[in-house]
Ligand binder design. Structure first.
Ligand SMILES: CC(C)(COP(=O)(O)OP(=O)(O)OC[C@H]1O[C@@H](n2cnc3c(N)ncnc32)[C@H](O)[C@@H]1OP(=O)(O)O)[C@@H](O)C(=O)NCCC(=O)NCCS
Length: 192
């Protein structure tokens, strides 16, 4: 497979601001998502492999001063139920900075997929559905290139999801005092 790495690092991420799937709507954050998004950041189980839960007061302040007022950055979505519009989680498809460890290209800057669901939404295939929809939309818009999933090796649910999506583990490395597994898949694998 041929990737133009120089070109790749200059490429944007998915430009769509909304992506729909059978049960979900990927959209920008609304004020009404406040409680759900704060829950995501403060839930010990959800944050177990993401550096631990943040203090509620800090998260509330951060949400009220920055998240709620900022313009949404491309590739960052709230995952909502497409009938109730209730927030289920968040999904990100953004570029992995070259100065962090964990890359499959020399120049870095690859697309990286991340997902976080509310604890009550685990076990229903929502993360799989959201990731598939976002990756399909990205594959329609962008040239072929490697996509990464980086997750703590201890995070079995996340590794299982990455494998079900078709990502293959390629290496491990240390970051944030934990072993991380680097998985990758070609973007065009998600074309329909
Ligand atoms: C990682 C995470 C998103 C995985 O959530 P998940 O719900 O297990 O993931 P999936 O969407 O793949 O769902 C798979 C489960 O739904 C079940 N399922 C039910 N209905 C389904 C459907 N229609 N389609 C697919 N799977 C379905 C599957 O059987 C599977 O169940 P199992 O876990 O008992 O085997 C979630 O654990 C999480 O938010 N963790 C905290 C955040 C985190 O660590 N993120 C990783 C950083 S990259």
């Amino acid at each position: 497979m041929f990737y133009d790495h120089k070109l790749m690092s200059q490429l944007p991420t998915l430009s769509a601001t909304e992506v729909t799937s059978e049960r979900l709507l990927l959209r920008k954050a609304h004020h009404a998502d406040r409680d759900g998004l704060i829950e995501l950041m403060t839930d010990p189980e959800v944050q177990a492999y993401l550096g631990g839960p943040r203090p509620r007061s800090e998260v509330e302040q951060h949400f009220d001063t920055s998240i709620a007022n900022s313009t949404p950055s491309p590739g960052n979505f709230v995952i909502a139920d497409n009938t109730t519009n209730r927030v289920i989680g968040t999904l990100m498809l953004a570029r992995r900075s070259a100065d962090r460890p964990g890359h499959v290209t020399e120049g870095g800057g690859e697309l990286e997929l991340g997902y976080v669901l509310r604890r009550s939404a685990w076990g229903a295939g929502f993360a799989y559905e959201a990731a598939t929809a976002a990756l399909r939309a990205a594959a329609d818009e962008l040239p072929d290139q490697p996509v990464l999933v980086v997750t703590q090796t201890a995070n079995q649910r996340s590794l299982k999801l990455a494998a079900r999506l078709g990502f293959r583990p390629v290496s491990t490395f240390e970051e944030f005092d934990a072993e991380q597994t680097l998985c990758t898949a070609p973007l065009f694998m998600f074309r329909v």
